[in-house]
Write a protein that binds this ligand. Sequence first.
Ligand SMILES: CC(C)=CCC/C(C)=C/CC/C(C)=C/COP(=O)(O)O
Length: 203
Amino acid sequence: MKLNPSFVGSALSSLLAIDLWASKRLGVCAGEGSAWGSARPLMKVIEVSGHGIPWVLGTFYGLWHTDSSAAREVLLNLLFALLLDLVMVSVVKGLVKRPRPTHNKMDMFVTISVDKYSFPSGHATRAALVCRFVLRHLVLAVPLRVLVVLWALIVSISRVMLGRHNMTDVLFGLLLGYALYGVVEHCWLSPATAPALFALWSR
Ligand SMILES: CC(C)=CCC/C(C)=C/CC/C(C)=C/COP(=O)(O)O
């Protein structure tokens, strides 16, 4: 079946118009004066919990302090996953150049130049990637596994509530993060595949 290009074009623009409209309505913490403005400080704490800096620095800290070779392997792969995610999100943001929603207040904790763009949400990619990584590589009791999934969902939803993103930025971000985990698993670094890297971190 061949679709008429003008039909595809108008379907896409309608979808984008719905996305902009719904995202604006859901941006209830976009400013102090917004409907849920009093929840904005809490949303910003959630934002920091999914930011790249605590995750990258926390992983370095863990690598520095661990004596276990199994933990070192997991942490090195987590570091690789986080860096791959930062690079991929920067490349896509730089190519697509979708501006952030007009109701967003640009008061985010440490950003880089491409973070003026909104597609995809870097927090959503990281949340999906870290969530899959943790569920696969950490032995956690069921309530903690549920908490990890809830954290990833809350970080993602908070991006729209804070007015940082449109819904499609977050949905694509979740898909990208989910897919990136597949790449990390495929390229899994181990003392056999990356001996120089492991020699660097072993004591
Ligand atoms: C330690 C190190 C070099 C970290 C770089 C981390 C960094 C500045 C990441 C940017 C995180 C950020 C502001 C992402 C934007 O998230 P969106 O969900 O607003 O796209």
